[in-house]
Ligand binder design. Sequence first.
Ligand code: FAD
Length: 307
Amino acid sequence: TFDTLMIGGGPAGAAAAVYAARKGIRTGVAAERFGGQVLDTLSIENLISVPYTEGPKLAAALEEHVKEYEVDIMNLQRAVALVPGRPGEAHEVQFESGASLKSRTLVLATGARWREMGVPGEAEYRNKGVAYCPHCDGPLFKGKRVAVIGGGNSGVEAAIDLAGIVGHVTLIEFMDEMRADAVLQKKLRSLPNVEIILGARTTEVNGDGTRVNGLTYEERASGEIRQLELEGVFVQIGLVPNTEWLQDSPIELSERGEIVVDAHGMTSVPGIFAAGDVTTVPYKQIVIAMGEGSKAALGAFDFLIRQ
Ligand code: FAD
């Protein structure tokens, strides 16, 4: 039985493991893919005090840091169910492999994934013009032309944010109106370098073999196919928390499926904590996930010493 077990080995899980292990408690990390979303990231320029790094390099550094301590790392383990223990008893996590682990406290840090459009060119040009995170990749498109796909709050926020950095923004919304808050829509419409196209279905991301150079969309009302010339496409059609495996557990999830946590990172079940992109904490970023993971581990330690 562990004292604390992290489910997920991204920035949140790794930070939680380091903080827990430094308290001298029995610590484990079980992850489907140690490193998490960071593994899919090309350049990272906003991890404070590290002006530039690359995803795989940061993922290796996370693992190296965790391995400085006595932490059981169980990689390639996908959790499929959580069975909370009765008060005072250990919680159990079951894995796809058939294995199961018990721990007195848990830190759930299974992250999230960007919803993809699923159109030709999107995967091919990922990190080559196709981006998902305006805070991360916006500055790479300074002075260039970009499209933002999606007219919900995140799409409109991204378009407003990008309009201050890039040369021109085209926002493309599938429906005939945007779903974003009215105040955001008003702000967006006031910007001189933004065009809004409603009722449009993106059908392809175009490129020259190495980088994005355009976008094809269908005008839904007329069925006409149109093309835009541009250098970047920001896909903002939703971030999906990896909480499917918690659906049958008593852990409270928000409407969007995110784990609800309190100021100490504790979930609705005492002794079970959560951190990072999988939670209701806003702004999904590496530095935030690391901070939240550290906080959840301290929360778990505090919980244990009160038992
Ligand atoms: P994740 O990194 O998602 O890690 C989740 C972990 O849980 C993984 O180990 C995963 O394998 C595991 N897991 C998931 N489901 C299960 C399961 N059922 N059982 C067991 N394990 C499971 N942020 C920045 O700050 N700067 C950037 O430049 C930046 N660029 C980005 C570029 C891209 C392309 C992407 C996709 C994201 C980027 N982000 C960036 C966001 C950043 O990567 C995330 O905010 C951060 O990784 C969240 O950390 P996390 O630990 O909460 O989750």
